[in-house]
Design a binder for this molecule. Structure first.
Ligand SMILES: Nc1ncnc2c1ncn2[C@@H]1O[C@H](COP(=O)(O)OP(=O)(O)OP(=O)(O)O)[C@@H](O)[C@H]1O
Length: 214
C-alpha cells in the first residue's frame, strides 16, 4: 500500500503529474476539484471576506479525499492538506483573516488530523513537490485560463503569487510527515515533453525503490 501526495504552487502541474504517476504505477488518482469550487471565485473577488470560508471548504474536501485515500490501497493525491495552512497563514499575514479565524482553523485542523491518526495509515509514503519559478507559474496560469486567476484581470495577484512562492521554500524544508522528493518544474516540462516526463517518472520511481516501496 503506497500513498503519494503532490505539492507545489498554483499551476505547478500537480494534477497533470498525479495522472501520469497513477497511470505509470497503476494506482488510483484523487483530484482536488477546482472548477466546481463555489467559494474560489468569491475569494478571488473579495479575499478578506472569503479567506476563512475558503479554508473551511478546502479543509472539508481534502479531509474527504485523504480519508478515502488512506483507507484504500495505492493512491496518488494531487494536493496535500499540509499546504492549506501555508495558504491561510499567508492570507492572514496579508491581513485577510484575523487571529481568531486562524486559531479556530488551526484547532479544527488539529482535531481532524487526530482522527487520521486512528486510521491504518496516518501519513503519505512520499511527498512529490514540484518547484516552479514565478515565470513558469504565470505561463501555466495563463495557458490554463481560469479567469479569476489571471494577473491581467487583477494586477494585485502579482504580489499574491510572488508571496506564495516565498512561503513554499521554508514549507518544503520543514515538511517532515514523510520522505520527500523535489521535481524541477522549470527544467522538466512533463506535460508537453515525453522525454522530460520519463525523467521525472524515473526520479519518482528511483525514490520509491530506494524506500523499498517498489
Ligand atoms: N488553501 C488554499 N487557500 C487559498 N487558495 C487555495 C488553497 N488551496 C488551493 N487554492 C487555490 O485553488 C486553486 C487551485 O489550486 P491548486 O494549486 O491546488 O491547483 P492547480 O492550480 O490546478 O494546480 P496544478 O496546476 O499544480 O494542478 C488556485 O487558484 C489556488 O490559489
Amino acid at each position: 500500500m503506497t500513498v503519494l501526495v503532490l505539492s507545489g504552487a498554483i499551476g505547478a502541474g500537480k494534477s497533470s503529474l498525479t495522472g501520469m504517476i497513477a497511470k505509470e504505477l497503476g494506482t488510483k488518482a484523487f483530484y482536488e476539484s477546482v472548477d466546481d469550487n463555489p467559494v474560489l471565485p468569491l475569494f478571488y473577488a473579495d479575499p478578506s471576506k472569503y479567506a476563512f470560508l475558503l479554508q473551511i471548504y478546502f479543509l472539508n474536501t481534502r479531509f474527504h479525499s485523504i480519508k478515502a485515500a488512506l483507507a484504500d490501497d495505492n493512491n496518488v493525491l494531487d494536493r496535500s492538506i499540509y499546504e492549506d495552512a501555508l495558504f491561510f497563514q499567508m492570507n492572514a499575514d496579508m491581513g485577510r483573516a484575523n487571529q481568531t479565524e486562524v486559531a479556530i482553523y488551526k484547532d479544527l485542523l488539529a482535531n481532524m488530523m487526530q482522527e487520521i491518526k486512528g486510521m491504518p495509515k496516518k501519513n503519505p509514503d512520499l511527498l512529490v513537490h514540484i518547484d516552479v519559478s514565478y515565470d513558469t507559474m504565470i505561463k501555466r496560469i495563463t495557458k490554463r485560463g481560469r479567469s479569476y486567476e489571471q494577473i491581467k484581470t487583477d494586477p494585485t495577484l502579482v504580489e499574491y503569487y510572488k508571496n506564495l512562492l516565498k512561503y513554499y521554500g521554508p514549507w518544503y524544508d520543514h515538511y517532515n510527515y514523510s520522505p520527500k522528493i523535489r521535481i524541477d518544474g522549470d527544467k522538466y516540462d512533463f506535460v508537453e515533453n515525453p522525454a522530460d516526463r520519463k525523467i521525472v517518472i524515473d526520479q519518482i520511481e528511483d525514490k520509491l525503490h530506494e524506500m523499498g516501496k517498489l
